[in-house]
Design a protein around this ligand. Sequence first.
Ligand code: GDP
Ligand code: FO1
Ligand code: CA
Length: 320
Amino acid sequence: PRIVVLAGGVGGSRFVLGVRGALRARGVDDTAAALTVVVNTGDDIWLSGVRLQPDVDSITYALAGVNDTERGWGRRGDSERVNHELQEWGAGWPWFTLGDLDLGTHLARTGWLREGLTPTDVLERMSHRWDLGARLLPMTDAEVDTMVVLDDGTRLHFQEWWTRHRATLTPTRFENPGIDTATAAPGVAEAIAAADAVLLAPSNPVVSIGPILGVPGVREALRATAAPIVGVSPIIGGKVVRGMADVCLTAIGVETSAAAVAGLYGARESRGLLDAWLLAEEDEAAAGAVAGLGIRPLVRPLWMTDAARRSALGEAALTA
Ligand code: GDP
Ligand code: FO1
Ligand code: CA
């Protein structure tokens, strides 16, 4: 099979682990040939001279089994010696931690970018260190930031808004300067066109899936593919599992509910994207509303708390 997943960081990586697990359970040996992940790069940033790709790294580390599962970002068991030194110099951001092992990744990536490799090339090169069992593609090779605009007009980078202010400053909108002139990374449109199924991970609809869909050509490729498009709700029981998707959704005028997020993506039959939507047992009452949108609702357990649950969800999405 040829499966394409659109994904952000924490929710994205848990789901990609699940899809890889489900493919393995189905007897697919070469999951890297079967599974392509298009990763959000909208929250990437330059800091202390190095390029950070939080969602790319979350997925890479999770597939490699070296991720910090508690925090949801960075390497497990990392130390912070270099970070301490950067703080002493007054470099970087005092509220933002760059782990030592994680910095190795950023240095390698930045070096290759400066040698002229594209982000796609760099990610391909980085995929060889571990047996990831998936092909990772950045959504675009262009640098696209996510900026948060507050009601007094202040604009700050998503990473500052989230890691410094913990989403306590109320946003009025999110912007991705540069996205209109960006193009999808090589292979993205082709993978979507050739897919047997496209899965939208239960990632943040606004700042993870939103930027991917905002890259010119991606939405068109999704609308054109013969593959069914199946989404998984990041909202369980009317709440975010973790993170700040609720604050992001409120800012764009969308209720924090499984049905409202399905409505945001829209039904394929009415110029949206979704053929089917997996919603949690806790949200069973919303199934009718999802069906009313023209999207096939499937009530399933959506908690990805361990490998078995993740793979079961991956299998449910593949079956759908
Ligand atoms: P980020 O880039 O690190 O913010 O991560 P993503 O955008 O990929 O995913 C964030 C979303 O994942 C949040 O809105 C969470 O609600 C969702 N999420 C995290 N864990 C789970 C889970 O076990 N099940 C479901 N359905 N959603 C989850
Ligand atoms: N998140 C934090 O809340 N605090 C941090 O200090 C922090 C550092 C960090 C370093 C590298 C990296 O790839 C991610 C990091 N994150 C940190 C996570 C990241 O800011 C966000 O959780 C995601 O971008 C949200 O999608
Ligand atoms: Ca992210």
